[in-house]
Design a protein around this ligand. Structure first.
Ligand code: BGC
Length: 381
């Protein structure tokens, strides 16, 4: 698999796609989504292709606010949770569709050391630092740098985080580029540079429900595949213990398509009890350093299929355990446990405190890159 390719199915699609492109090139439309209480205008860019797929990205948090795809009969539904207006995105909300930084997932007690110096990050999740701290990249106004239409419609956004923000060293300049093509693939490329040694882990935190975000259905009947033989169990604070445990014979084995709800209520599985369901990082069975499949979800009812591809080593699968009915989202739908799932390709949580997890370090002169792809297909009945 080459970094640019998404499998043989793409080759099969190529001829029809070529026919479609010149007359019906993908389009990017820029407009104002809302205004902050401080009077800042928040723009959105909507990417549309000729295959019925639409994605709206906000400058606030580089959030995916809407992602609409056809089902097996061509019926288009929005499949991500979120809000219809800007105001709820500005308040406390669980990272709907957001770009997460500087460090996706948890860092134990918000502490790490780099070159012998101890750093303390802001604590915002019990005793831990989660998704970049109190005000992460999800709650920043990003700058829209570039918008293109053509065979691919795209938007590039950037955010520069000052040295010391949320306790992280170095001025970090992050970029997110979203690209939609005519094969119903949304590419997200994150990059970052720094002026001092630091740590970084960027990802997107979309909550998917392939039945449709307005359907009111649970994700529990959807089939999940995660090509991973091991996962990283956690302590009660959801910090990895450092172990990489085999999934064989456990509720964590998703190597074959499995109903999400099949084992989620198994109270004999201590790890599910601790997290109130799935909220764990899988160690992907990867080969090479390019893009590989990190997760596949299929909704048997609508036939919608999502594949998540990435070049990162881990996949956080979160079954929406903390959605407790207190949030009313798009179309006035109440979000409850199991209303959606997040699939977050990433470096392993708390990597800076586990030498066996690799490194999350970024030095001046280097460029951090995370290439990820959401690929939408349909299955036959
Ligand atoms: C974490 C969950 C957390 C959720 C929203 C996920 O990435 O794994 O523990 O509740 O984000 O905050």
């Amino acid at each position: 698999m080459k970094a640019s390719g998404l499998g043989t199915a793409c080759v099969a699609l190529a001829a029809s796609t070529l026919l479609a492109t010149s007359a019906q090139a993908a389009r990017a439309d820029r407009s104002v989504f809302g205004t902050t209480p401080g009077g800042q205008s928040v723009e959105s860019v909507t990417l549309t292709n000729a295959k019925g797929m639409t994605v709206r990205i906000l400058a606030w948090g580089a959030v995916i606010q809407q992602l609409s795809v056809p089902d097996r009969h061509g019926h288009v539904d929005d499949v991500v949770l979120g809000f219809d207006t800007l105001a709820p995105y500005l308040g406390k909300e669980p990272y709907f569709g957001a770009s997460i930084g500087r460090y996706a997932n948890r860092i134990g007690a918000g502490k790490f050391t780099l070159d012998g110096k101890a750093y303390q990050l802001s604590i915002n999740d019990g005793a831990q630092s989660l998704h970049g701290g109190t005000t992460g990249f999800d709650h920043k106004l990003w700058t829209i740098e570039k918008v293109t239409s053509g065979p691919e419609a795209s938007v590039t956004l950037s955010y520069t985080s000052p040295d010391g923000e949320e306790g992280y060293p170095g001025t970090l300049t992050a970029r997110a580029t979203y690209r939609l093509n005519e094969k119903n693939e949304l590419a997200i490329d994150y990059s970052a540079t720094t002026d001092k040694p630091t740590i970084v882990n960027l990802t997107n935190h979309s909550y998917f429900n392939l039945s449709g975000a307005l359907s009111g259905k649970s994700i529990m009947d959807q089939l999940l595949t995660i090509p991973a033989s091991r996962y990283t169990p956690t302590d009660a604070g959801l910090i990895p213990t450092g172990e990489m445990r085999s999934v064989a014979g456990t509720a964590f084995d998703f190597r074959k398509p499995t109903r999400i709800g099949a084992r989620v209520t198994d109270g004999h599985e201590e790890q599910l009890v601790l997290a109130h369901g799935y909220d764990h990082n899988w160690v992907l069975d990867r080969q090479g350093s390019g893009l590989s499949l990190g997760a596949r979800v299929e909704d048997p009812a609508t036939g919608r299929v999502l594949e998540v591809w990435s070049d990162q080593p881990g996949m956080q699968f979160y079954s929406g355990n903390f959605l407790d009915g207190t949030i009313v989202g798009k179309g006035s739908v109440i979000y409850r446990q199991g209303s959606a799932m997040a699939l977050e390709p990433q470096r392993f949580p708390d990597t800076p405190n586990h030498p066996n997890f690799g490194s999350a370090r970024l030095d001046p002169g280097q460029t951090y890159m995370h290439h990820m792809r959401y690929r939408f297909l349909t299955s036959a009945k």
